[in-house]
Design a protein. Structure first.
Length: 576
């Protein structure tokens, strides 16, 4: 189906450069791929994970026409990928020297099995929700938080749309405080469009839960949902994901019209099927059994049709579909596509090495997101040429700031790594992307307000008291390259009305540098507020800073509660 239906709230989530992909096997054809089986008799677990040392880099393009390496260690001179017996022989004929990774081969060459006592989650990986469990989480969020959450059916998976089976709806979870009118800037975040990438869908779901669970207690999350919209496509390839849950390294959708109806190599690579520069530049395959098969036409796949239609409906088209015209600096909105693995934050273009028109601004936000997860930030061609991809579509067609985050170090990431490393590293990146959506080509150049400290969080109404607080303004928090930084030039705060509200005139109150001078790119600033005039209830204090180049940064906030009766004075509270 091609529709957007708002459902009832009770109806229903080194340069070691890892690639994105590998299980469906190409038959010999126009891409010069090895002669490989396309029938259902092929065992999807009859694979080895190998380090393939290449004779020279020129042969890599030939390999990439039919598969996508897991990773590329350029310094050591090898790519990591999974191979069948036929592929192994073909690579050796090309001059590759192969070394088997026994540990990875043991993990990926057998079906998933439930752990002892495991009741939920993907077999063997209890931290990752199945497709059905993800949808149950969405239903629970919408049912329990109707003012903050709604569900939008944007279309159908291939099996449901054309395959004659139940398949799945393509479901977007929309988070915002519906009691506050828009328009509001939007973050759209999709995940696991490559089915075998377990971590992205779960991280995106955890992001939704974090926002819902912290609304009303965390001042930053509260203003984010009050004044922004978060649109989350948690399972972007549900048919393929269901196959991958069994332990098959399934990447594509399950379209039976390609390769063979029963082959484990069937389907189209959804992240090569988007319309902008589809099949333009050798960054995808013409072979129907190939890992990177781009489909017969742009948007041939119902999942891609659903995504392109929906994304085009929520973001304004602010630039022509050329390679030279920048989007206006005031453009709102951020588009994210979450993948694994390789520990990268990447952005357009992927189909050519030339820089995009908004290169400076796109790079600045990318480097800012990479600061939090400590990933490499780079243009997407760091992975090689790709065409028909999500982020090239979002930026190239609409002008929205678009990024892919490649998280972690494996497709089936161990739960201990996911819980202890991937989630804490990437949650701040997602939060920053969401906060920057009001002006992604401007705000990331400004200083962050961090390490807020404040006194008297709870005061009796009418009390003659002064609330004192401080923050650190930091103009230096970027990763991967040299980003322009300036001295802090100004700091201010607002009470209850953030600076972007235009219906009224918010009153800025100046803050002062703790050392007496604005002469550094990192400054501690102090502020104070007479609380005697504050009305009964909760109040928000918004803090922001400006650097010497005139760039304002994203606001940070804290709450002050004015209560009926005298409450305990909290001496000092700090948070990052």
């Amino acid at each position: 189906m091609k529709r957007f239906v708002l459902l009832s709230t009770v109806a229903l989530p080194l340069l070691l450069i890892a690639g994105l992909f590998a299980m469906y096997r190409p038959v010999a054809g126009s891409d010069g791929a090895p002669d490989l089986p396309d029938s259902a008799t092929a065992d999807p677990f009859a694979i080895e994970i190998v380090r393939a040392y290449y004779p020279d880099e020129s042969v890599l393009a030939e390999v990439r026409r039919w598969t996508e390496p897991w990773s590329w260690d350029r310094e050591a001179g090898y790519i990591l990928l999974d191979v069948t017996g036929s592929e192994r022989l073909w690579l050796e004929e090309l001059g590759f020297r192969l070394e088997v990774d026994e540990a990875l081969t043991a993990r990926y060459s057998q079906p998933n099995e439930y752990l002892p006592g495991q009741g939920n989650g993907i077999p063997g990986y209890a931290c990752y929700r199945t497709v059905e469990e993800t949808f149950t989480t969405i239903d629970d969020i919408v049912s329990n938080h109707p003012q903050l959450a709604s569900l939008i059916d944007i279309g159908d998976s291939w099996v449901k749309a054309e395959g004659g089976g139940p398949g799945y709806d393509m479901l977007v979870l929309k988070l915002t405080n519906s009691a506050i009118a828009g328009p509001k800037p939007i973050l759209f975040s999709m995940s696991s469009v490559h089915a075998r990438e377990y971590a992205p869908a779960e991280l995106n779901t955890r992001f939704a839960e974090y926002l819902i669970n912290n609304y009303g207690s965390d001042a930053d999350v509260t203003w984010l949902l009050d004044y922004h919209e978060i649109h989350l496509l948690l399972q972007a390839n549900p048919d393929g994901r269901k196959m991958a849950e069994s332990g098959i390294l399934w990447r594509k959708n399950t379209n039976e019209n390609y390769c063979s109806p029963t082959s484990t190599n069937r389907g189209a690579d959804l992240n090569r099927n988007f319309p902008f520069q589809w099949d333009c530049c050798g960054g995808s395959s013409n072979s129907a059994c190939s890992l990177t098969y781009h489909g017969p036409t742009p948007e041939s796949e119902p999942e891609v049709q659903a995504i392109t239609d929906y994304v085009s409906s929520i973001f304004a088209d602010v630039r022509p579909d050329d390679f030279v015209t920048p989007a206006p600096i005031t453009t709102t909105g951020v588009f994210l596509d979450l993948h694994s693995f390789s520990q990268l934050v990447i952005w357009p273009w992927g189909h050519q090495t030339a820089l995009p028109p908004n290169s400076q601004e796109i790079t600045t936000l990318g480097r800012k997101m990479a600061y939090f997860n400590n990933y490499l930030a780079a243009q997407a061609t760091v992975l090689g040429i790709t065409d028909g991809t999500t982020d090239d579509f979002a930026y190239g067609t609409l002008g929205v700031a678009a990024y892919t985050i490649e998280m972690g170090t494996e497709f089936f990431q161990q739960c201990s790594v996911f819980e202890n490393t991937i989630v804490p590293a990437n949650m701040p990146s997602l939060l920053y992307a969401a906060k920057s959506a009001r002006a992604p080509y401007m705000l990331p150049a400004g200083p962050e307000a961090i390490d807020l400290s404040h006194q008297l969080l709870t005061i009796p109404v009418g009390t003659s008291a002064t609330i004192t607080f401080s923050a650190t303004l930091d103009d230096t928090r970027y990763s991967s390259g040299s980003e322009p930084t300036q001295n802090i030039a100004a700091a201010e705060f607002y009470i209850d009305t953030p600076p972007w509200i235009t219906a009224t005139t918010p009153l800025p109150i100046a803050m002062t540098p703790a050392d007496g001078n604005f002469d550094s790119s990192v400054e501690v600033v102090n502020g104070s507020l007479d609380a005697s005039g504050l009305a009964l209830g909760r109040h928000s204090v918004f803090i922001r800073g400006q650097d010497a180049a005139g760039n304002w940064g994203i606001v940070a906030a804290f709450f002050v509660d004015v209560v009926e009766t005298e409450s305990l004075y909290l001496p000092l509270v700090t948070h990052p």
